[in-house]
Design a protein around this ligand. Structure first.
Ligand code: 5GP
Length: 138
């Protein structure tokens, strides 16, 4: 299947709909997940158009991984999480719901199970304050 620019992250990248942005440069956008699996669930979205890992340009993948590492460290510092889970889903049967490549940076808190993938919507004020804290920790 080919990339369809009408997906929701495509719209966010074109500023057609809002997001709680943590960081942005020419090649990637970092934002809060609005249906977080834990407090501080953050998404790293490369700007280069691809559905997922399977059709991504290897150069774009190589360029984004240092940012994924930076964001993971910033999320851990800003949230005091005990660990970080990195997730990335490819095609619907594997759990993918938005068909523009992205990496989930999910804080894990000892003794607290993660919420369901793409479950309940978080409070906007809390997402805004987390976006600010993670951005300052970058
Ligand atoms: P996927 O299932 O494709 O790996 O992940 C898509 C993620 O995007 C899910 O975790 C879901 O909660 C999140 N999501 C869905 N719609 C929106 C949205 O409009 N804004 C943001 N920031 N995240 C979204």
């Amino acid at each position: 299947m080919s990339y369809d620019p009408s997906n929701i992250f495509g719209k966010i990248l074109r500023s057609e709909i809002p997001a709680h942005k943590v960081y942005e440069d020419d090649s990637a956008l970092v934002m809060m997940d609005i249906f977080p699996q834990s407090r501080g669930h953050t998404l790293v979205v490369p700007k280069a158009p691809s559905r997922n890992l399977l059709d991504a340009d290897p150069a774009a993948l190589a360029a984004v991984m240092p940012l994924v590492q930076k964001v993971a460290n910033a999320v851990k510092r800003a949230t005091n999480a005990d660990g970080i889970r990195l997730a990335q889903f490819n095609e619907a049967p594997a759990g993918q719901t938005v068909f523009h490549l992205h990496f989930h940076v999910i804080p894990v808190y000892e003794g607290t199970p993660l919420a369901a993938h793409a479950g309940g919507k978080a409070d906007d004020a809390e997402l805004a304050s987390l976006a600010k804290a993670i951005s300052e920790a970058l």
